[in-house]
Design a protein around this ligand. Structure first.
Ligand code: HAM
Length: 430
């Protein structure tokens, strides 16, 4: 029979990788808890119009990267390409996004974009994101950026570089957009085909083009900072001041734009040095018009998302140790299986990570396997042990044998207690 392969750009996460995922997720959860955010879980599919309306019709995502399909009743659905639009929709529906109220929400889950797969770029990838709905003050910006930096630091990404910029708002951006389009038009002959199309539809994206010719031209393009209105300028200056106060290192990058249209004012990205072309490990910004755009009150919002696969790639050399079993229980014959299964269950109840072997191996092959598992203790139960009612506990680190009572029914079974005192971690729910 022919094997069936997984889908291009959709990856399995297998043990060791999954343990690293869990480790990173745990670190992120702890930071998010310290910042007092609540977790929100939204479905992976939404109505297509949610993304079309919020991300922008002319963005790469909406134009060509969404997994969109018709449900059987004809409703157009899309696998979420990002989390913000869905979180805002859900917050509105749950009554969390209201005037005089602030919602601080975080989420973790798979996102789907039909991009060209390459290192650090998948079609199904995972984000941890955070959103604050209902704050328009610069302190909220500074706190969200600080949260992003602290999240990445907790994952071991100390050296990543934080870039920030202001993209202006509804008052000042139209004039900047026009200036940028005029500049692009004056250099249209050197722009790539993509950028020519962007000229009228989304000129800000000209600043983000990776083509050499476009980059050279855009190096002298007008900058948004020279077009900011006074309130945007003051807002950005205050964000900078507060980041300095929080001792968060950053660089103002006046050419930073983002791939989604909902951003206004503060936008930011964190780059890791060792990832090649797909080096943004996280990014975000302010989206003050989005809540109203989705039918809610005129509430401001700001947030970010971190790409988990990229964090894992960037920290691959960190020497992560996957958890190893602590005890290997070895019934040497089928006569010993009942005692072995009872004992193992008791140990697992106490939170010890245990392996229970199939019956019938020789002591030699069982010990080879215990060595390979790198367990601290092998518990051997054979004919002798059954007859004596005592298991052989081999301490592989100290190369010592103990003979301990097998009985696990009493309150303080000797074997279990001894394993605990000998230093098996366990005991978390014992
Ligand atoms: P984004 O910049 O599109 O922003 O994505 C955030 C992060 O997700 C990126 O920095 C990257 O690490 C990761 N990522 C994006 N696409 C891929 C991919 N194809 N493969 C692997 N990783 C990827 C957002 O999604 C916004 N919703 C962030 C936000 C929240 N803004 C405000 N609130």
């Amino acid at each position: 029979m022919k094997t069936i392969h997984g889908v291009k750009g959709f990856h399995d996460v297998v043990p060791q990788q999954s343990e690293r995922f869990t480790d990173i997720e745990g670190r992120l959860r702890a930071v998010l808890a310290a910042y007092n955010y609540g977790e929100i879980r939204t479905p992976i599919a939404e109505r297509t119009e949610l993304f079309a309306r919020s991300l922008g019709e002319t963005t790469d995502i909406v134009e060509k990267e969404m997994y969109t399909f018709d449900d059987r009743d004809g409703t157009s659905l899309t696998l979420r390409p990002e989390g913000t639009a869905a979180v805002v929709r859900a917050a509105l529906e749950a009554g969390l996004a209201q005037r005089e109220q602030v919602a601080k929400l975080w989420y973790l889950g798979p996102m789907f974009r039909r991009e060209r797969p390459q290192k650090g770029r998948l079609r199904q990838f995972h984000q941890v994101g955070a959103e604050v709905i209902g704050r328009d003050d610069p302190l909220a910006d500074a706190e969200v950026v600080t949260l992003l930096v602290d999240c990445l630091r907790a994952c071991g990404l100390e050296a990543a570089e934080l870039l920030i910029n202001s993209l202006g708002d509804a008052a000042c951006r139209p004039a900047y957009r026009a200036a940028l389009a005029a500049y692009g038009r004056a250099h249209v002959d050197v722009l790539c085909a993509n950028c020519r199309q962007r000229l009228d539809r989304n000129p800000l994206r000209l600043l983000d083009c990776k083509e050499e010719g476009c980059r050279r031209v855009m190096a002298d393009a007008p900058l948004v900072r020279d077009h900011l209105c006074d309130p945007c300028r003051a807002h950005f200056a205050e964000v900078e001041r507060l980041l300095r106060a929080a001792e968060v290192p950053f660089r103002v990058e006046p050419r930073l734009v983002r791939g989604l249209d909902y951003y206004v004012r503060t936008a930011f990205e964190v780059l890791a040095g060792n990832l090649g072309a797909q080096n943004a490990v996280g990014g975000g910004g302010r989206y003050d018009g989005l809540v109203a755009e989705l039918g809610g009150p005129p509430l401001a919002g700001i947030g970010f998302a971190i790409g988990l696969e990229r964090v894992l790639l960037a920290t691959a050399a960190s020497g992560f140790q996957p958890p190893a079993p602590e005890v290997d229980v070895i019934p040497l014959s089928t006569a010993a299986t009942a005692a072995a299964v009872r004992l193992t269950r008791r140990l697992r109840d106490l939170g010890m990570r245990c392996e229970l072997e199939a019956a019938g191996r020789s002591v030699k092959s069982a010990m080879r396997r215990a060595d390979k598992l790198a367990v601290r203790f092998a518990v051997l139960i054979g004919e002798d042990e059954l007859r004596a009612g005592r298991a052989t506990v081999r301490d592989l680190r100290r190369q010592a044998d103990h003979r301990l009572a097998l009985a696990v029914d009493d309150d303080g079974p000797e074997l279990v207690e001894t394993l605990r005192t000998l230093g098996v971690a366990g005991g978390s729910h014992g």
